[in-house]
Design a protein around this ligand. Structure first.
Ligand code: GNR
Ligand code: NI
Length: 171
């Protein structure tokens, strides 16, 4: 188990489309375990592999509250096979865009087909925060960030702020 560095805006790797895994083998399982460690330490409720600079279609999540038992979920090659017409608005954040939060509207419920930690095909019926989180994570696998759903003004403002902060770290 290991805690991996999380890449942040404006790192261009966040815009890559990640590659499917051939199968969930020992190497992918180790990646999933390291991602769970990294997510819990951050702390966050989800993490996509590209956020730790690995362009594979792998994500982990745990939306259990602090007073509840852990509910880790590991998904490889996830696909949304159904989304509800009903929408939901959540205030989203992203570990790759620290300390920035905005409301995003997404389908309220989704069904996701994926490979689990044992390389078995599974389906997840998600609602509420879990549905929002899994859509946010699958977006990462396609190089999409939650700021892409905001107005151009808001998005450009936050991109510029992070670009400036990165420049200032340079000199
Ligand atoms: O920790 C996270 N919280 C969160 C809150 C609302 C909607 C989505 C998320 S995911 C985020 C962690 C993250 O950046 N995952 O990619
Ligand atoms: Ni994110």
């Amino acid at each position: 188990m290991a805690i991996l560095p999380i890449i942040e805006l404006p790192d261009p790797r966040l815009r890559l489309v990640s590659e499917p895994v051939g199968a969930v083998d020992a190497a992918v399982r180790k990646l999933m375990d390291d991602m769970l460690d990294t997510m819990y330490e951050a702390p966050g409720i989800g993490l996509a592999a590209i956020q730790v600079a690995v362009a594979k279609r792998v994500l982990v999540m745990d939306v259990a509250r602090e007073d509840e038992p852990k509910q880790p979920l590991c998904l490889a090659n996830p696909e949304i096979v159904w989304s509800s017409e009903d929408k939901n608005v959540y205030q989203e954040g992203c570990l790759s865009i620290p300390e920035y939060y905005e409301d995003v509207e997404r389908p309220k419920q989704v069904r996701v087909r994926y490979l689990d930690r044992d390389n078995k095909v599974q389906e997840l019926e998600a609602d509420g925060l879990l549905a929002t989180c899994v859509q946010h994570e699958i977006d990462h696998l396609n190089g999409v960030l939650f700021i892409d759903y905001l107005s151009r003004l808001k998005r450009e403002r936050v991109v510029k702020k992070f670009a400036k902060a990165a420049r200032q770290r340079e000199d």
